[in-house]
Design a protein around this ligand. Sequence first.
Ligand code: BG6
Length: 487
Amino acid sequence: MAAILPRFDMLLFGGTGDLVTRKLLPALYRRHAEGQVCEDSRIYGIARSQLTRAEYIAQAEAACREFLGAEFDADTWTAFSRSLDYARVDAGTPTDFSALAAALADRAGLVRVFFFSTASTLFASISQNLAAAGLVTPLSRVVLEKPLGNDVASAELINHEVGLIFNEKQIYRIDHYLGKEAVQNLMALRFGNALFEPLWRRGLIKHVQITVAEELGVERRGQFYDNTGALRDMVQNHLLQLLCIMAMEPPASSDPDAVRDEKLKVLRALRPLRDRDVLTKTVRGQYRAGSVRGVAVPGYLDEADISPDSTTETFVALKVEIDTWRWAGVPFYLRTGKRLQDRLTELVVTFDDVPHPIFEKPASSEAANLLVIRLQPDESITLTILAKNPGEGMRLKPVSLSLDLGETFKTRSIDAYERLLMDTVKGNLTLFMRRDELDAAWRWIDPIRAGWQEFDEKPKSYIAGSWGPSAASALIGRDGFEWHDEP
Ligand code: BG6
């Protein structure tokens, strides 16, 4: 059982929104059920709606019942709900913050976590109003949910304004992929074993693929998504963070800044994709009607809150190069999309062929010399090697060494938000993005969008339930490779 944390206060701005009700409250419930959240901690939902505490708790209970399913337990809920409260606050109205300050007046000595799950355009005014009401103490932390800005300039401005109130050590920029057990395991695989390090480089690795595929469409977030698109919603953060963990140099320690320094070096070494590069090294896609797992689904343009002539991409594939000694000449192919065939997050490392083959080429077209690290839906590591086919002659065949981490450890792995929320209380910044990382990520992303605009690169349509537009297969095919699941 996890150690109980000293009492704390957590203030969830955007308290009636999707993230708080779908992810944060269930995560806090689970940590409470595990005994990590003491009874005297307080969790405030904060939003503009006129709600009483009882009404908010009823809403929160309904959400937790829905999202926790069989895990929900009425007695645990009753105990958890004693910590829950609600405050009606308008982000831009200073007087609304005074009531909050009065409620927390005798708790200034506790860790105080402000979680901003609102549009990032409100982050500055919420910070200023918190400070003006005297709510920001030396033990306060602020958690900034993505997307933080929508380009370099807007992200810089928000970081600057929030930085006037909170110092960098108090700012927790969330990328929930970093909180996933499987992503932590990738760090364990790379830096807990000497085995892989000598192989992890040019000359031994041919190419790397990172796929984050979703079956879901835009759900209830049409308006947000249509203004954002897959490049900013997924690549700027989750895919680049996965890429960093795959490609970074071993850090000198597991200290937050040691890890973040190494990730930053990767982001800064990404070869810019400028101008015409976008035509050869990127693919944009948008789903049309189709079926996912046998269920008919509408096209993107027919989803709620999507403009009927929208050119927002729901799919992106990229060829990425990292200009370092370790990675020069090794392409990284990144791909993400909504309404694809499967929910799948996977990293595939293809090792080089032997320099001088002495056996006949295997008859099977299946690839060998592959390391497949699957992060979702199940967590597994599979190494495909060539082995001798039993019988006469020396015929080789790909076979797999497979490790199912769920089976091996037989415990529920904790959800990303459970880990990240508790890290904010503990004051551990390792799994959060530093300001310079975020800046470097936007600096690499912005020219891609500019290139798409300059060359009027519209998204190519793909059928919902497929693996994306055929241009994505062509992108990797031009280099003589294919996506792992598309042989
Ligand atoms: C979010 C994106 O950050 O990540 C969503 O905004 C996406 O569009 C989600 O669906 C995917 O996260 P997960 O944990 O389900 O892989």
